[in-house]
Design a protein around this ligand. Structure first.
Ligand SMILES: [Cu+2]
Length: 232
């Protein structure tokens, strides 16, 4: 928690886009972040409070100079307490995390037949190419319809990149010769920043793309517009 607060301070982040999600995929992921932060805060507070209490209670005073505390070695009660509590805390973290990870990572076969809007994403140093279902191909500009399942097929032409639209979903590696799929569900209308999140070369920082979520009608109209082949 302290580390998190210091991190906020040193990075000057006043607003963390990952915690302001605009899709159901992003909301599920943000829930996991809050859940682990919550569990972490409970553990941290408990440890700090007990620490302060013990420091005060067992501090050295003249009256207590001869005090010998009760021997608790082998105490079943204590052993069970510090075994069961961490087990419960880990279960609280593990169950939703594993469940959501499986839900958000369906098999390649399940994805290729999945209903929704399919978009082929190709990453290369240092740009993104988006090919829509009707063949429309655009560089560094992603337009998707709201309220749909957007199925991305990700591939890299050269080195490892990482596809990331912080407000819509977590990052996913884009690896050469290893096509990968990723689904973003129910994005809300708006403009979002997309970027490469894996250092991939000298121009890595310029590997960004505009993401615009539009209505279904506007998306249909967009598909009919001529391609932008020039890139940025
Ligand atoms: Cu990159």
């Amino acid at each position: 928690m302290l580390f998190f607060l210091v991190l906020l301070f040193v990075t000057g982040c006043s607003q963390i886009s990952v915690l302001d999600p605009k899709s159901s995929t992003g909301k599920d992921q943000a829930f996991l972040i809050w859940l682990s932060l919550g569990v972490m805060a409970i553990v941290l507070l408990t440890v700090f409070i007990l620490f302060a209490r013990f420091v005060i209670k067992y501090r050295y005073t003249k009256e207590k100079a001869d005090f010998i505390p009760k021997d608790v070695k082998g105490s079943k009660k204590l052993e069970l307490t510090w075994t069961i509590i961490p087990f419960i805390l880990l279960a609280i973290l593990a169950v939703p995390t594993v469940k959501m990870t499986y839900e958000q990572s369906p098999s390649t076969e399940a994805i290729s037949s999945k209903e929704g809007v399919h978009i082929q994403v190709t990453a290369q140093q240092f740009s993104w190419t988006f090919e829509h279902e009707n063949g429309k191909t655009v560089h560094d500009e992603l337009v998707i319809p709201e309220g749909e399942s957007i199925v991305f097929q990700l591939e890299s032409n050269d080195v490892i990149h990482s596809f990331w639209i912080p407000q819509l979903a977590g990052k996913v590696d884009v690896i050469p010769n290893k096509p990968h799929s990723y689904v973003i569900e129910n994005a809300e209308k708006g403009e979002y920043e997309g970027k490469c999140a894996e250092y991939c070369g000298i121009q890595h920082t310029n590997m960004v793309f505009e993401t615009t979520v539009v209505s279904k009608e506007d998306y249909a109209a967009y598909l009919k517009k001529p391609d932008n082949q020039e890139g940025k």
